[in-house]
Design a protein around this ligand. Structure first.
Ligand SMILES: [Zn+2]
Length: 219
């Protein structure tokens, strides 16, 4: 739901703090003729750590844009799961315990899976191979191919063993809490990051403004 908070940019406004960027607040809304207005707002959590770094701000903006794209409309149902995931990620951005790209990939893939997008990561779609060597994930079709089958179809593998392991972990772990805690080498993280971004863009079917900016600040 989008709503305007009139006067909220003035520091003396009672809405000023609770309508700040990356503030988790509870809102009382009233509906006008064409859209909603914020009548009152109460802060529940401020993610101070997010604004401490440019990378954190850029990543949080990107996550928020994806959340807007993927969250169900009020008519489609509750968005609790998407909200919880976003709040967890905003918290972890502030904590700086994980590399930016790891948080980015976890958010992208979890948000997509909660919205019903799930690639078939069980085995190579050509020969049934489960693991060993590099694999290729077709971001558009959501299918996995082992290196041999990929070569036969003229695709270049895009996931090394560590990246495939991490991707399965992110999609298959049931509990949100446990999804962040995996170790990954910088090389595998590069693969994971690239492919999860491709998979995200392929499913959203368009680019994201915040991603262009994020790419300028992440090395
Ligand atoms: Zn194969």
């Amino acid at each position: 739901i989008s709503a305007s908070a009139r006067g909220s940019l003035r520091m003396k406004s009672p809405l000023f703090s609770a309508t700040g960027l990356f503030c988790y607040s509870e809102f009382s809304l009233s509906s006008g003729r064409s859209h909603f207005f914020v009548d009152a707002a109460q802060i529940k959590k401020v993610f101070h750590g997010v604004s401490a770094t440019v990378e954190g701000m850029a990543l949080a903006s990107y996550m928020a844009e994806i959340a807007m794209e993927l969250s169900p409309t009020p008519a489609e149902g509750e968005a609790d799961a998407q909200l919880r995931l976003l709040l967890n990620c905003l918290y972890l951005i502030g904590e700086r315990r994980y590399p930016w790209r790891q948080l980015k990939a976890v958010y992208e893939l979890r948000a997509l899976s909660k919205a019903g997008y799930m690639p078939d990561l069980r085995m190579c779609a050509g020969c049934g191979k489960y693991e060993g060597g590099e694999f290729y994930l077709d971001a558009v079709g959501g299918l996995l191919l082992c290196a041999d089958c990929a070569e036969r179809q003229r695709h270049i593998p895009n996931l090394d063993a560590g990246a495939l392991y991490a991707m399965r972990h992110i999609f298959w772990t049931v509990e949100d809490k446990k999804v962040f805690g995996f170790k990954i080498s910088p090389e595998s993280l590069k693969d994971l990051s690239r492919v999860s971004e491709q998979y995200t863009l392929a499913n959203l079917e368009h680019g994201l403004k915040t991603l262009d900016f994020l790419k300028t600040v992440l090395e």
